[in-house]
Design a protein around this ligand. Structure first.
Ligand SMILES: Cc1cc2nc3c(=O)[nH]c(=O)nc-3n(C[C@H](O)[C@H](O)[C@H](O)COP(=O)(O)OP(=O)(O)OC[C@H]3O[C@@H](n4cnc5c(N)ncnc54)[C@H](O)[C@@H]3O)c2cc1C
Ligand code: FES
Length: 270
């Protein structure tokens, strides 16, 4: 972990969907700065109101020493990020948190919306190890499906589902996964998306005896385990230190998972 900020120029911006952009930065890949799929960076936008938020690493390019974060425009902070141009600067610190672990030869990645972000770098890692990986991409509608073409380009089987049926399977990621598991099986699965979706996927994977690793989001302030903002009730685990990736066995112990989270003031939100 590197606790100092690096002030970095935005090297490139990819327009993924109408509401999602990927920002690329140069990043040294040695010592404490080596990043792993599943980890996140704290991004400080001093161009806007000076706020700082966690963002997963969607791109980790060891050869070219580049990282990428993929950001959905949902509020003030992300809207400010989306207004930035190539050459603008951001403060980046990290990498933080634990990472996905590759266990087995046959992997399933299941992502909803911008939850595909941490899965993208993991899927690329799995392919680089010559293992098989299939991907379920779910979104509300076709124009929000994230990374479909990127995955197809590297030879990954992609199974899309949209809530409104405008692309692929009509239904939720859970329905698509149940259908897929009728004909294929996997050694492990990685999952990221809305908690209600991840909770449904947890039940399905458990029924099929497939171990899972889940990327969990909580409001963060320090990201280094000091402030306690990201603690999940009843376990004492901090999402920024013991997470953000939790195994099936761990996530089953987190009673707030899929039920509520705490906002920046510590107030419970459904
Ligand atoms: C470990 C970790 C990794 C993360 N990785 C990413 C990432 O790769 N890409 C990314 O875009 N965000 C990611 N986030 C979430 C990000 O840090 C922000 O919380 C989020 O983008 C909201 O930013 P905002 O301040 O603009 O919106 P806010 O003003 O906080 O929220 C605006 C509205 O959007 C809703 N909202 C908040 N977060 C999300 C969300 N993620 N998706 C949909 N609606 C939301 C809120 O409920 C609210 O109604 C991650 C969070 C964590 C803890
Ligand atoms: S954000 Fe401070 S302990 Fe996790």
């Amino acid at each position: 972990m590197n606790n100092g900020y690096q002030i970095l120029e935005i090297k490139d911006i990819v327009f993924n969907t109408e509401t999602i952009k990927t920002f690329i930065f140069n990043w040294k890949m040695e010592g404490e700065e080596i990043t792993k799929p599943g980890q996140f960076m704290m991004v400080w936008n001093f161009n806007g109101e000076g706020d700082e938020k966690p963002m997963s690493l969607s791109k980790i390019d060891l050869d070219n020493e580049e990282i990428g974060i993929t950001v959905k425009n949902v509020g003030k902070f992300t809207n400010n990020l989306h207004s930035l141009k190539i050459g603008d600067e951001l403060g980046i610190r990290g990498p933080y948190g634990n990472n996905f672990n590759l266990n087995g030869d046959n992997i399933l990645a299941i992502g909803g919306g911008v939850g595909m972000a941490p899965l993208k770098s993991f899927v690329e890692h799995v392919k680089s190890k010559n293992k098989n990986v299939d991907v379920v991409i779910a979104s509300i509608t076709q124009c929000e499906l994230l990374f479909e073409e990127d995955f197809k380009k590297i030879g990954v089987d992609v199974f899309t589902s949209t809530d409104d049926g405008t692309c692929g399977y009509k239904g939720f990621a859970t329905h698509r996964t149940i259908d897929l598991l009728k004909s294929r099986t996997y050694d492990m699965a990685v999952v990221c998306g809305p908690e209600i979706m991840m909770k449904g996927i947890l039940n399905i994977l458990e029924d099929n005896g497939i171990p899972g690793q889940y990327s969990m989001e909580r409001y963060m302030k320090c990201a280094v385990g000091i402030c306690g903002q990201c603690c999940v009730d009843n376990t004492g685990w901090r999402v920024c230190i013991e997470g953000p990736i939790f195994s099936s066995e761990e996530i089953k112990q987190i009673t707030e998972f899929g039920n509520y989270h705490r906002d920046g003031s510590g107030i419970k939100r459904e």
